[in-house]
Design a protein around this ligand. Structure first.
Ligand SMILES: Cc1cc2nc3c(=O)[nH]c(=O)nc-3n(C[C@H](O)[C@H](O)[C@H](O)COP(=O)(O)O)c2cc1C
Length: 185
C-alpha cells in the first residue's frame, strides 16, 4: 500500500493549542502509512461574495492543498459549543463553486474523506463535533468515523497549558486512525 497524503486542519490558531497537541500525537500514529501536512489558513480573507471572483490567491492556495489530499483530519476546539469562526470561514470558502454559478460541479471539498476530533472542557467538544459532522455532510464531504473522538481537557491541562493524553484518549485515536486509513485505501 502506498503512503497517503493526509491534510491536518487545526481549528485553533493559537501556537500552543491543545488541539495541535492531539494532532501531533495522531501524526505519530499515522507516520508509517501517511505523509501529514498541516493546512495554514491563518491568512485567509473573510468570505465576502463581492470578492469571490477572481478567486483570492490565499483561497486558491488552501483549495489546492485540500484538493490534493487523500484525506483530511480536523482537530477542533469548540467556541461557545460551536465551530470556531476561522474554521467556519475556511469551510465556507471550501464549500463554494470554483467558477461563478457552477453550483453542480465538484468543489475543493466535495467527496473528500474527512474525520474529526476535538479537545475541549467537560463537553469533550461534543457541540463542535456534531456541527462539523453535519456541515461536512451538507457540503458533500464524506465523514469517516461519525462525530469522531472527543477529548476532555483537565483542570491541570488548563493550569499548565500542557495536554497529556490519557491511555484511553490514545487508544480511541488509534482506533480512529485505523478506520480512517482503511477508508483511504
Ligand atoms: C471564544 C471561546 C469560547 C469557548 N467556548 C468553549 C465551549 O463552549 N466549550 C468548551 O469546552 N470550551 C470552550 N472554550 C475553552 C476552550 O476549550 C479552550 O480555550 C481550549 O484551550 C481551546 O482549544 P485550543 O487549546 O486548541 O486552542 C472557549 C474558548 C474561547 C476562546
Amino acid at each position: 500500500m502506498s503512503k497517503k497524503n493526509v491534510l491536518f486542519i487545526v481549528g485553533s490558531l493559537r501556537k500552543e493549542s491543545f488541539n495541535s497537541t492531539v494532532a501531533k500525537y495522531v501524526e505519530e500514529v499515522l507516520e508509517k502509512d501517511a505523509d501529514v501536512e498541516y493546512l495554514d489558513y491563518s491568512k485567509l480573507p473573510y468570505l465576502n461574495q463581492d470578492s469571490e471572483f477572481p478567486t483570492p490567491e490565499e483561497v486558491l492556495k488552501v483549495r489546492e492543498k485540500v484538493s490534493s489530499a487523500d484525506g483530511i483530519w480536523i482537530f477542533s476546539p469548540e467556541y461557545n459549543f460551536q465551530i470556531p469562526g476561522a474554521l467556519k470561514n475556511l469551510l465556507d470558502w471550501l464549500s463554494r463553486p470554483l467558477k461563478p454559478f457552477a453550483f453542480q460541479d465538484p468543489t475543493a471539498i466535495s467527496n473528500k474523506k474527512i474525520t474529526i476530533s476535538g479537545a475541549a472542557g467537560s463537553s469533550k467538544a461534543e457541540g463542535v463535533r456534531k456541527q462539523l459532522s453535519e456541515l461536512l455532510k451538507f457540503i458533500r464531504a464524506e465523514v469517516v468515523y461519525g462525530e469522531g473522538t472527543g477529548i476532555e481537557l483537565s483542570g491541570e491541562a488548563f493550569q499548565t497549558n500542557k495536554l497529556v493524553l490519557s491511555d484511553e484518549n490514545k487508544s480511541e485515536l488509534q482506533k480512529q486512525s485505523k478506520e480512517f486509513l482503511e477508508k483511504l485505501n
